[in-house]
Design a binder for this molecule. Sequence first.
Ligand code: AMP
Length: 178
Amino acid sequence: MTTIAKKIDALVRDVPDFPKPGIIFKDITPILQDAQVFKETIDAMANILRAENLRYVAGIESRGFVFASALATALGVGLVLLRKPGKLPWKTLKATYQLEYGTDAIEIHEDAVAQGDSVAIIDDLLATGGTATAAACLLRDAGADVKKILFAIELDFLQGRQKLIQAGFKNIESFVHY
Ligand code: AMP
């Protein structure tokens, strides 16, 4: 494991049966409480993204916002919000995706990105990949060039990475793998 991965791993808290029985929730709030590790996480993400010459970082609601907004400031680029349906006030574009039972959706403002804008997508955790794949497809359909999809944590056994790759997104990186 890299240095930052070890530090994240040491702080992530497993919460069994949250939000429902059988799920082990990976709680990242102890990382945010640790000023040094939070800063090092943002620095490590910024180092990965600096070479991409981004126009925007796009954060996935809601824990993705925490990392993405700090990153936008660190990189000196704009921030795009990928939100749950009905939250954004302006005209939106929407991508719907499959859950275990039913569907969910994610939205951006229709003017959030312009044709050819370079964007990196940020979230705290990659699980089944449904959310991140919908986010990436939504940005691509809106004309953006999705350069990188970056997570603090990836649950390898749920194979979210395969879902992203199947949708044509290959530039995926996570610090800690479980
Ligand atoms: P998925 O669409 O299955 O990849 O789920 C990803 C989204 O759900 C991310 O925004 C995560 O924050 C959240 N999530 C899914 N599973 C977990 C988990 N075990 N622990 C913490 N967050 C999770």
